[in-house]
Ligand binder design. Structure first.
Ligand code: AMP
Ligand code: ZN
Length: 114
């Protein structure tokens, strides 16, 4: 498999500042932020996309979502609101093929997304 940038970040080898990490997941700032707060939450194990969810236990996504919720709370977004996005595949706009949740906040979001 080609080197995966998010696996490398999760391993600590890039020196990327992690806002949070535990045994299963890690969170860090998006390099190209689309909102005042733009965090990526990733599983440490490599899963290419939401299409591959069948490979993981039922509790897996719950953990990623509750970590994202806790970060939103910690970063002061819970009251004003925020958006959580999982781009999947080419039409979904996915560019990094390691599953990740975008946590976006700090401004009003538009709907529908472009
Ligand atoms: P997606 O288009 O949903 O696959 O999102 C991939 C996201 O990863 C984009 O928002 C990129 O800006 C972000 N990204 C790519 N490389 C890095 C990196 N080395 N560190 C932080 N964020 C990154
Ligand atoms: Zn990976």
């Amino acid at each position: 498999m080609k080197t995966c940038i998010f696996c490398t970040i999760a391993s600590g080898k890039t020196g990327t500042d992690l806002l949070f990490e535990d045994e299963q997941c890690a969170a860090f700032h998006d390099i190209n932020p689309q909102a005042p707060t733009h965090i990526l939450v990733i599983p440490k194990r490599h899963i290419s996309s939401l299409n591959d969810l069948g490979q993981v236990p039922d509790t897996f996504m719950h953990h990623l979502f509750s970590t994202t919720r806790d970060l939103a709370e910690r970063l002061g977004l819970s009251k004003t609101g925020y958006r959580v996005v999982i781009n999947t595949g080419a039409d979904g706009g996915q560019t990094v093929f390691h599953l990740h949740l975008h946590l976006l906040g700090g401004r009003s979001m538009h709907w529908p997304p472009g």
